[in-house]
Write a protein that binds this ligand. Sequence first.
Ligand code: BGC
Length: 493
Amino acid sequence: MCNKIVLVLVVVAIGKCHIHNKFPENFKFGVASSAYQIEGGWNANGKGENIWDHFTHNFPNSTADRTNGDIACDSYHLWKNDIALLKYLNVSFYRFSISWSRILPTGFTNTINLDGVRYYNNIIDELIRNKIEPMVTLYHWDLPQPIQDIGGMTNPLIADYFVDYATTAFYFFGDRVKTWITFNEPIKICLQGYENGLYAPGIKSRGIGCYLCSKTLLLAHANTYHVYKSYFKSVQHGKVGIAIDSDWYEPKTNSKEDEKSVERVLQMNFGWWINPIFSKGGNYPRIMRERIDKFSKTQNFSISRLPVLTSSEIRTIKGTYDFLGLNHYSSKLVKARTSLLSRMPSFDNDVRVDIETDPNWEKSALELMPVVPWGLRKLLNWIRKMYNNPTVYITENGYPDKGGLDDEDRISYHTQYLNELINAIRDGCNVQRYTIWSLMDSMEWTSGYKIKFGLYHVDFSDENRPRTPKKSASFYKNVIRDHGVPNIKRNIN
Ligand code: BGC
């Protein structure tokens, strides 16, 4: 009898070390990448120039190490090898993006580059052969340069050309691609591209360009959704969504002003995009509309810097989603700003909050990306309450470091975020997928090759670009195998 009790205790103790927080049965795991960051082949076989080619070639100082994506991970040639990496992880899906200029070199549908079509057909077919679902982003920041030459995203007519491009992709690939993401991170496209000019196309038009860009982008997204629904959905049976990024924001103090600032920053960063598409009433968040209208007047503009969405445009945009793609990495502290309104227009001046991080939060290689796992749970619950609990796919979550195969910090980051994700699902948040950014180290935009997010290391000094799994690759493989993540609370206990 006594022996039996001892045995039971031992079994319980061993069991505890292996206790996993499980995900719901239909929950899916994947990894992500984007065309400009991994493909290379920037002018191979008929591909046209895009804004990142143009930006990095003409302004080499815009990246930290004066590099560019001309070769990047050379996935243009090594795509088959990359699918073997995915197979090793055993992911259910792979999120990658199509380079618009690779299939439409001028940006317009007057010329179709069959080599580009063949390239993506090969990838899609090989993924399906390996039972990995392709999840395709149509636009991950690489606008064709000829389209930029006529104003890019600040030209409202570009919305129609985007729909043409998307239709081309549905036509060629939609028989096998069932999950489409129109745009990746609209706020980065508009702010970094047309407000502060840090990213391609490098336009500095503070307080004006970003708002023109947002109207074009929202209409391009919405009309793409409608075209898919009217002409493709009944035959192809796929889903269309958008990937919006947001940090979580926490008030610096418990003062009323700081709490109001948190709501404002959430509305003006995230609500800017999610409200027109996912809210019952549509349109930009009320606070955004009112503030920018008022500030524009004070600053002597004849019309609001935030272009009006007509009631027909509001109706067109509202409800155009089958899922919400959420990119989330980190959290910030928010403090009310007390200085007077500046006469110089800018997005920052319109929002008017001060943002910082808490020195007590665990650090990563990027100052603005501390590790704050509970922020994910708070953000997901905010979405659930504000937007009627939409289906959410986490389309990016990742940890930046400076390299090394023994990436324990990345494992710790994902263990903590996955635990908080399970908590959010238990709270009732309807999250169905999780995607690690990124499959492999890649061209990290203005950070060049200095910052790494990959589960696989890529040796960029070797022309063959060999890939090597990091420790985090086996960690993720095990998460997928167990359909769960080690329960940190119990392990700590
Ligand atoms: C982007 C990725 C980028 C990642 C890490 C996201 O904002 O979608 O392209 O590499 O963050 O910075």
